[in-house]
Design a binder for this molecule. Structure first.
Ligand SMILES: Nc1ncnc2c1ncn2[C@@H]1O[C@H](COP(=O)(O)OP(=O)(O)O)[C@@H](O)[C@H]1O
Ligand SMILES: [Mg+2]
Length: 262
């Protein structure tokens, strides 16, 4: 696997590419406290977007409202042209299965093998008890899970238990599990906050490479401003319930980004 950055591959611009995520006038309050105040955001297919903002500014709320893991109070979410605002049941599950979610903590099942954990990623698109253990899975599913592990550079660890992996490796398995969903979008909520700096760089590099090589749309939140500049095409800053900053990462410095924390 080539983890080297290739900044020569151009990022899609909003005017020319189809939109993958459209967030329109999203509002969300907890009790009397408004968190998102009519927020708008459009992300074209294949773009890598970093979401920054102080603790409590609503980054996680925004990611979860976009998948309706949290219900917004009002507003609309359109994913690859499909308005998901009012979907329910199987149709909502199907729309959600196109979004691979990666969290700060990998949430893998420790007593199972790496391969079994990756297989679980397919459960959203085809619920089947055979996916719980790799020994019960079909050959095709196992092959696909192996392919997902290859894409994160961990095929050689397929038979290991998750407890035998480092933090960075575990997070890469979580990414392989997300890939098993066959997503078009990857959302990552502070995916490297629990990792050491070296592992954090590797994981961010992997996200960025996947976004480029597979045209996956990437939306991640982070407190590492260097990561926002280095591994995103665009940086969006959340403050006071709306987007206060929205710039191409090539045209902004870490020092300028610090302004969003004032
Ligand atoms: N389930 C909840 N109930 C009440 N308040 C919440 C809940 N979830 C988040 N909040 C509050 O909403 C605000 C935004 O939280 P969050 O989206 O997690 O911010 P961030 O991810 O930017 O740190 C915070 O003040 C948090 O305390
Ligand atoms: Mg958060």
């Amino acid at each position: 696997m080539n983890l080297a950055l290739n900044m020569n591959q151009a990022a899609p611009s909003i005017s020319t590419a189809e939109l993958e995520i459209e967030i329109r006038e999203i509002r969300k309050s907890y009790g009397e406290t408004p968190i998102l105040k009519g927020l708008n955001l459009e992300i074209p297919k294949g773009q890598a977007v970093a979401l920054i903002g102080s603790n409590g500014s609503g980054k996680s709320t925004l990611l979860r409202c976009t998948t309706r893991l949290i219900e917004p109070d009002s507003g609309e979410v359109i994913l690859h042209g499909q308005n998901i605002t009012k979907l329910t049941g199987a149709r909502l599950r199907e729309a959600r299965s196109k979004i691979g979610f990666v969290f700060q903590h990998h949430n893998l099942v420790p007593r199972l093998s790496v391969l079994s954990n990756v297989l679980h990623g397919a459960l959203g698109r085809k619920p089947s008890a055979r996916l719980w253990f790799q020994s019960l899975a079909t050959n095709l599913d196992r092959e696909e899970a192996m392919y997902c592990l290859e894409r994160v550079g961990l095929a050689q660890f397929a038979a290991r238990r998750v407890t035998q992996l480092s933090g960075g490796q575990s997070q890469r398995v979580a990414i392989a599990r997300a890939l098993m969903q066959r997503p078009t979008i990857i959302m990552a909520d502070e995916p490297v906050a629990s990792l050491d700096p070296q592992a954090g760089e590797e994981v961010m590099n992997l996200f960025f490479q996947l976004s480029r090589s597979e045209n996956l749309t990437l939306l991640f939140c982070t407190h590492h401003l260097e990561h926002a500049v280095d591994y995103a095409d665009r940086v969006v800053g959340l403050s006071k319930g709306t987007i206060q900053l929205d710039q191409e990462s090539s045209s902004i410095s870490v020092a300028e980004l610090r302004g969003i924390y004032d």
